[in-house]
Design a protein around this ligand. Structure first.
Ligand SMILES: *[C@@H]1O[C@H](CO)[C@@H](O)[C@H](O)[C@H]1NC(C)=O
Ligand SMILES: *[C@@H]1O[C@H](CO)[C@@H](O)[C@H](O)[C@H]1NC(C)=O
Ligand SMILES: *[C@@H]1O[C@H](CO)[C@@H](O)[C@H](O)[C@H]1NC(C)=O
Length: 434
């Protein structure tokens, strides 16, 4: 077949023609490399609230972010109207993907959330520790794409899997919120569904703003993750393995755990019962990252050792303790604390990870919270004496840090405070060109 390399125009023309067709096709079915979702901290509840567009016709829907959540659920009982809503039929591939094995009929329907022969999930409101049963369904979701620097074209996933929930499950959520967006480690949480829909890496990053007036951002997909003025945070992350909790029951958890090996305050190791830092045979122990806890929570014995050391170190820096202000136990006189561009100057907290040289450093902006003009408190609380998880890293500790979750390689990339790089999580450029 030597003739196939012929340069005759007759032979050249068809491939060129095909190339043009395929370019046109690529334009109409635009394939984004990444997506962005703005997230705003709610001042009253301290929840992180994202806005997404959903349904046909599209409506904006506010959802609270739950890093550990297993899927997206919304209230279908009050005013859910959508021509693209499709309940997932029992034993369909959608039900098995979602692990939705319970199946049944609903006789007061048909309507969104109540159809015969549909499988159901257990939507959970982690803020009030309540779960119920809700129909699995598909509906359209639309979201902004990004090149990592600013928003690009809006893209849609016509058949995004969601769970319905009754209205009462919204209790305890920020005003106007219609459900919870789960970012956990399941096939139907937002990161995996978006990655599958657009065929990009199963990675996402959260960058929560400490401000209740300016949006932070969640990226779905890989970097760059650009923040004004032109800082690509994806280029300077430290990495640690993401761990899963598996217990004798066998089901691996959908939450994100990291392996904290020690805690240091001003470089000095806090003496604690290290067996609490790993999982026991029942899956109790360990360190997880949560957007549901507003502040870090430490198991009681760890909390005691930690706060005693912190107070001692603060004293050596001439920082004066004052009467605590709930929910905190350890508070200081604000005017005894120095302050810099990157936050108040208090003892440095390091969470030491897989080796001495890999640690998550927590400085004043993430360890302290100002409760009024005169008092600043240590933003860590007592997690009780038998918690399922020994250390929970909470929302306040995550703010103005970028965390990248790489699901395929089970790895967390973390930036430490962006304040050191003269930027913040509120500095993603949400202004689009169009
Ligand atoms: C350390 O913690 C483990 C797990 O809770 C517990 O069984 C053990 O008794 C503790 N050890 C000490 C010395 O307190
Ligand atoms: C704390 O105050 C003492 C007495 O005023 C002073 O000698 C010391 O240098 C101060 N320490 C720090 C870290 O500022
Ligand atoms: C933000 O992005 C838009 C669109 O790409 C661009 O026109 C604008 O200059 C950017 N803003 C800044 C401050 O860079």
């Amino acid at each position: 077949m030597a003739a196939s390399s012929s340069s005759s125009p007759l032979f050249l023309f068809p491939p060129l023609f095909l190339l043009l067709i395929s370019l046109t096709h690529a334009q109409t079915s635009f394939q984004p490399d990444a997506l962005v979702l703005p997230v705003l901290k709610d001042a009253r509840t301290l929840q992180y609230v994202a806005h997404i567009n959903q349904r046909t016709p599209l409506v904006p829907v506010k959802l609270v972010i739950d890093l550990s959540g297993r899927f997206l659920w919304v209230d279908c009982d009050s005013g859910y109207v959508s021509s693209s809503y499709r309940p997932s039929r029992c034993r369909s591939s959608q039900c098995s993907l979602a692990n939705a094995n319970s199946c049944g009929d609903c006789f007061s329907g048909p309507r969104p959330g109540c159809n015969n022969n549909a499988c159901s999930l257990s939507p959970q409101n982690t803020f009030i520790h309540t779960s119920t049963s809700g129909e699995l369904a598909e509906d359209l979701v639309s979201i902004q794409s990004t090149d990592g620097s600013s928003p690009g074209p809006i893209v849609t996933v016509p058949r995004f899997l969601i769970s319905c929930a009754p209205t009462f499950l919204l209790q305890g959520l920020a005003t106007g919120v219609k459900g919870i967006a789960g970012l956990g480690r399941t096939r139907i949480a937002l990161p995996s569904q978006f990655a599958a829909a657009f065929n990009f890496d199963r990675k996402f990053a959260i960058c929560l703003s400490s401000s209740t007036a300016s949006n932070g951002v969640i990226f779905f997909g890989d970097g760059p993750y650009m923040f004004l003025p032109n800082v690509d945070v994806s280029k300077s992350l430290m990495y640690t393995p993401l761990l899963t909790r598996s217990s004798v029951q066998g089901e691996p958890s959908d939450e994100y755990f990291v392996g904290v090996k020690a805690i240091k305050i001003n470089g000095k190791q806090v003496l604690l019962n290290t067996s609490l830092l790993s999982f026991d045979s029942d899956g109790v122990g360990g360190t997880k990252i949560s957007t549901v806890y507003p502040y870090a929570a430490l198991e009681t014995s760890i909390y005691k050792a930690f706060t005693e050391d912190f107070i001692r170190e603060a004293k050596s820096m001439n920082i004066t303790t004052v009467a605590p202000v709930a929910p905190f136990d350890v508070c200081f006189r604000s005017n005894s604390i120095g302050s810099t561009r990157v936050g108040v100057v208090v003892p440095t907290v390091d969470l030491v990870l897989q080796s001495e040289s890999v640690y998550w450093r927590i400085l004043g902006a993430n360890s302290m919270v100002s409760v009024n003009d005169d008092v600043a408190c240590l933003a860590f609380v007592d997690g009780g004496s038998n918690p399922r998880t020994s250390i929970v890293i909470g929302g306040h500790q995550l703010e103005d840090n970028l965390l990248q979750f790489d699901l395929a390689s089970s790895r967390l990339g973390f930036s430490s405070s962006l304040l050191f790089r003269q930027t913040t999580c509120a500095n993603f450029n949400f202004t689009s060109n169009g």
